[in-house]
Ligand binder design. Structure first.
Ligand SMILES: [Zn+2]
Length: 283
């Protein structure tokens, strides 16, 4: 009996130890697994526009692996098919989105701010003696009011870029209107001039988006040059990409994040060297 108890105790000990080992080893990969997406290039950029505690309220679609950064304008602007909805408006909007500026002109537009980087961005723009067009997100304006105030004070053009950065073309008319109003209310109080320019997130819109824009007596602004500044942390690559594409009339879409800010002095100098005049988007 004594021997048997001993063997039982030994076996239990072995089982316990093995169990612990398994728990310890299985703990490592799971910890790594939860860390590795953050280290991947895509995920590094994903939270940038919202990484200051300002999370999109409808950001529930990110449970699947993220292939592309959230919040940045990706690819060419396009009119997407409207989702079928009984509340869909039948009226046809007459708005024609703006894709370009005048001959010999180039407009730099900065989306998704303000962020914790905007103060630095404004400093760089001031040093380069340039005004840009910002497309601010409503909830970010509420989170960084000082940056909006400063951008207005410095004479930059303030455009609107939704409240929470959703795919508006996938929303009903009513939801689009609510989204539009809630963010705009957070932004208009900063500027004594009316905010008249709207850029739909991802450049995705439909007739309802145009109708909502039109009802607010605003213009829809897209772009014709996308250097994909969100896809790299290397400022020199952003400079190269912008200057390789820039031409008369370019509206360049860029974003409020560190590598773009670092790239801007050379971008601005390069555009001026090509003989183009830097302007804000006319309204
Ligand atoms: Zn955006």
């Amino acid at each position: 009996m004594k021997l048997s108890w001993c063997s039982i105790i030994s076996m239990l000990t072995i089982l316990l130890l093995t169990g612990c080992d398994q728990a310890a080893t299985s703990g490592v990969p799971s910890a790594l697994a939860s860390v590795s997406p953050v280290d991947s290039p895509v995920q590094t950029f994903a939270p940038k526009p919202f990484d200051n505690g300002v999370l999109p309220t409808n950001n529930t679609s990110t449970s699947t692996p993220i292939k592309e950064p959230i919040g940045f304008e990706i690819g060419s602007p396009k009119e997407e098919a409207v989702v079928s909805d009984e509340k869909k408006q039948t009226k046809k909007s007459v708005i024609k989105p703006i894709y370009s500026v005048g001959k010999g002109q180039v407009a730099i537009t900065i989306d998704d701010g303000p962020t914790k980087y905007t103060e630095e961005l404004l400093k760089v723009l001031k040093e380069q003696n340039i005004h840009v067009t910002f497309f601010f997100i409503g909830q970010n304006a509420a989170a960084f009011p000082q940056s909006v105030t400063e951008a207005v004070y410095e004479g930059h053009e303030i455009g609107y870029h939704s409240d929470t950065h959703p795919h508006m073309s996938q929303m009903t008319y009513d939801a689009q209107e609510n989204e539009f109003n809630s963010g705009l209310n957070k932004l208009i109080k900063f500027d004594k001039h009316p905010v008249t320019l709207f850029r739909p997130p991802y450049g995705a819109y439909n007739n309802d988006t145009k109708l909502v824009t039109e009802e607010h007596l605003m213009q829809m602004v897209l772009w014709n040059e996308d250097p994909k500044d969100w896809a790299t942390t290397d400022p020199s690559k952003i400079v190269k990409s912008v200057l390789a594409q820039v031409q008369s009339g370019s509206i360049i879409v860029m974003h409020d994040h560190p590598s773009t800010i670092a790239a801007l002095p050379d971008i601005i100098k390069g555009i001026r060297k090509k003989g183009y005049t830097l302007v804000t988007v006319p309204h």
